[in-house]
Design a protein around this ligand. Structure first.
Ligand SMILES: [Zn+2]
Length: 458
């Protein structure tokens, strides 16, 4: 055999084995009914043997667990023995992984330059498209690299400024973050869509939003992890830092990586984060230990002194929620965020508008109120330390039918509704006076007073 052919065939052999197969892996849905059952599930998760698609376990809330064919008999038997009922929600994960890699069959399509939203794109394609935009919109778009990942890949985004040099010394600024969790592919697909809308939409409200602020937009904040979901393991969540590796049962790989959205230095490791490298919510050895975290922190710090930074929005999946900071706060505690009532109202209006597009329902609240309490996330840090007025975390489609494996057909409808929601949120925030200073102080005080009264009455 010709040596070139041999190398080529070997390459196919290696690469076909490199991408982890999820053939006959199932996702089970379990609803714990008591603290005892929560403890049972928590113990089950230890050592990383099972991939919990639900991060935090709470009584009466669905927990989705990925189970390999080898584990299945034991898993079902064990749950039965502890009086937990498990229901299959995805019967073959590999089928969905393969289906998700196929371009959408829907007639809906949309294109900007060489880029489309009929399929999910890898990091190289997203980055080359950002370069292309700089060439196509030379007076508006500038690419920006805010740092390198632990494997040395660029954390790259675009600055969109329709009035360069004509904004005075305190330009209004917004920042969007996508792809901090590697397997949440709908996130970069949404953030790239927002870029397209800002650059090309004729809708007067989108034009206003795009042109009134300078936008700093980063589709993939965790480049190594995102690449890894295309090359090795579709279900990877964390970054690819291998410095804290420990062995975790049968799962060789899970002892690597840090959950970047638990690594930020705001109430770090206080709740809803793990100190165990085997966990998908491992917060890292110290706050802001990760290069990717540091890149965002440094950039936000730079933006807040260079202008009037109004917005920071992070995009995740799945659950269909608009989360308001702070993620640890419940009851009266929510008022620790000084303009909580404003943020809540802005999000409620955004969610209503979003629903009006395709009927998709989003819930609004703090993470602790509607999902689970967490700490060390980027958006909480942006609110709590950088003190940016309007900050959210979107949990995009769906509510678990496909979870991270949302079919490509849903990219465009998801994007359309999210864009409509964002436009409504921008209008509402503007109406509340956020562009004329640090928010309308009267409305902040009044709404917070009302919210306080309601919270106390509960
Ligand atoms: Zn996420």
């Amino acid at each position: 055999m010709n040596s070139k052919i041999a190398i080529f065939l070997f390459g196919i052999f290696v690469s076909s084995f490199a991408y982890k197969s999820y053939e006959n892996f199932k996702v089970y849905k379990v609803i714990p009914k008591s603290d005892v059952q929560i403890q049972i599930l928590t113990d089950l998760r230890k050592n990383g043997s099972y991939d919990f698609w639900t991060d935090i376990l709470t009584v009466n809330n669905e927990v989705r667990i990925l189970v390999s064919p080898d584990q299945e008999v034991e898993f079902v038997k064990y749950l039965k023995s502890v009086d937990l009922t498990a229901e299959i929600s995805i019967k073959n994960v590999q089928e969905l992984i393969e289906a998700q890699l196929k371009p959408s069959a829907s007639s809906k399509s949309s294109q900007l330059g060489s880029f489309t939203w009929n399929e999910y794109h890898n990091l190289a394609r997203i980055h080359s498209w950002l370069d292309e935009l700089q060439e196509s919109f030379p007076n508006v778009v500038k690419t920006v690299v805010i740092g390198q990942s632990v494997e040395g890949h660029d954390i790259k985004g675009v600055i969109i400024d329709f009035k360069p040099g004509a904004r005075g010394d305190k330009p209004l600024i917004g920042m969007l973050e996508g792809g901090i969790h590697a397997r949440e592919w709908i996130s970069p697909a949404t953030v790239t869509w927002i870029i397209k809308e800002f650059l090309t939409s004729n809708d007067p409200d989108i034009r206003f939003m795009a042109e009134t602020l300078v936008w700093h937009i980063f589709p993939v904040a965790n480049p190594d992890g995102y690449m890894y979901t295309f090359t090795n393991d579709r279900m990877w969540r964390k970054n690819r830092n291998t410095a804290n590796y420990v062995t975790c049962g049968n799962n060789i790989e899970i002892g690597n990586g840090i959950d970047l959205n638990r690594n930020f230095d705001f109430l770090w490791m206080s709740v809803g984060a793990s100190s165990n490298p085997c966990d998908n919510t491992y917060a890292g050895p110290t706050p802001s230990s990760e290069l990717e975290t540091q890149a965002i922190i440094n950039y936000v710090n730079q933006l807040r002194v260079s202008g009037n930074m109004i917005y920071y929005i992070a995009f995740h999946s799945w659950s269909q929620m608009i989360l308001v900071p702070y993620s640890h706060a419940t009851g009266v505690q929510v008022l620790e965020a000084s303009n909580y009532a404003d943020m809540y109202e802005i999000a409620i209006r955004g969610a209503a508008k979003l629903e009006s597009v395709h009927g998709t329902q989003y819930t609004v609240g703090t993470s602790a109120e509607i999902l689970y309490a967490v700490s060390g996330s980027s958006f909480d840090w942006v609110k709590g330390v950088a003190d940016i007025p309007i900050v959210y975390l979107f949990e995009l489609r769906d509510v678990g039918q496909f979870g991270f494996l949302l079919p490509a057909e849903q990219i465009i409808p998801n994007n359309e509704e999210v864009m409509a929601g964002l436009v409504e949120m921008e209008k509402t925030a503007r109406g509340l006076g956020y562009y004329s200073g640090a928010g309308d102080v009267k409305s902040v005080l009044l709404f917070n007073l009302i919210a306080l009264v309601f919270a106390l009455l509960r």
